[in-house]
Design a protein around this ligand. Sequence first.
Ligand code: DUC
Ligand code: ZN
Ligand code: ZN
Length: 471
Amino acid sequence: MSTFDLVIRGGTVVTAADTFEADIGIAGEQIAAVGRGLEGKRVVDASGRFVLPGGVDSHCHIEQIEADGSVHEETFESAARSAFAGGTTTLIPFAPQFKGQAIAAHAGDYAARAARSPIDYALHQIVTDPTDAVTGEELPAIVRNGVRSLKVFLTYDPFYVTDGEYLRVLEAAKRLGAIVCVHCENYDAIKWGADALLRDGRTEPASHALSRPRVVEREATYRAIALAELVDQPVHIFHVSCAEVADEIARAQSRGVKVTAETCPQYLVLTAADMARPGREGAKFMCSPSPRDAGDAEGLWRAIRNGTLDIISSDHCGYSFGGSRGKWIHGPDADFTRIPNGIPGLAARLAIAFSEGVSKGRIGINRFVALTATTPARRFGLYPRKGSIAPGFDADLVLWDPEREVTLTNDLMQHAIDYTPYEGLTVKGWPTMTVARGSVVMDNGVVTASPGAGRFLAASAAADAPGRPPR
Ligand code: DUC
Ligand code: ZN
Ligand code: ZN
């Protein structure tokens, strides 16, 4: 019998399809065997643990450069620490483009940052300026190099695209076999609402939610889908915040439109009321779309259960609360329109999804694996290398204690940001070990993240893109 480099012995293996008792034999960086009685040079006892595929976080902002030249505090190194701490082994962050500039203007710089990544990563390409040169030359080259998902923003200065520009991106993506991911909120409607609030002196963080109510997201979602339908191009809707938006997506799916969608932990456990906390604390919860109200999470779980939403990503986008670089980069009295949007969530994503989903009986554990690892890997062209447990897959695994109750603190997140919006939230279910390509990178909270150990993952055509022949 062969002796493996590492054997994970006696755990309950869980994939998106099955749950069974087995040992996992790892040779080098890959899973070589799933069976019984496996022997290894190193053996990890996984009894009492679920053994899950390492999480794939398909939406996170890492060391991203902003239009003003500032760079996000979360580096690839700190992000990897946080991801490993939480059981995630693959990240998909965003390479930027700014209006009036070629994609190439920042590509080398971003690739150099990413080259220091301790964690495997693929990339999405943000497109803000789809000129002829971009759609005709740069995007084909990017897709050839393994970046097959393009992100467009329908709001946000200075990223947002007009409907005409969005159509150009859809058309290019169709020609190139890429997927388009969309941030759905209506730019002019938000500006109209925000201007009115500011005129009334409502500058505080709580106004963020008031300036961008559900209908602003629903309208943009409808438009994003309708234009994708016109071009017949698959789209993925990012960070769905509530059921009325999910309903819009379900309606399109039921008439055969090629649209998929995700939600994020912030919409499952935070609410707009968090932004009304005293002082400036509300800024800690400010992200877009806005967290909604207490009842909205149940609607999202219904949409998860019926398949309308099939990914839970973090949309990790950290800005520290203290100091002058993060949330208060525009000054300590900045009004709500000048506080950067985004919250950190890399390490908390799996624990919140498991606790709110599996521990509370809303979904089964196979569905949890599908939402957090298998489907993001398939959607973004990383399958069958990432996202499941079988011979030939990368040995990315997380050992999970379903009974462990943990009260979240910022220290547990191990990120570069000085707070977590989930401080004090108690979760049931916690990762005890993370293995990335055969190396133990987290053992009971102790993380090893070696700069440069991560690899760039060239995406192939998505395994589950609607309208493509099955593979
Ligand atoms: N919303 C985004 O779309 N991206 C980053 C952070 C946020 O809140
Ligand atoms: Zn977005
Ligand atoms: Zn985002």
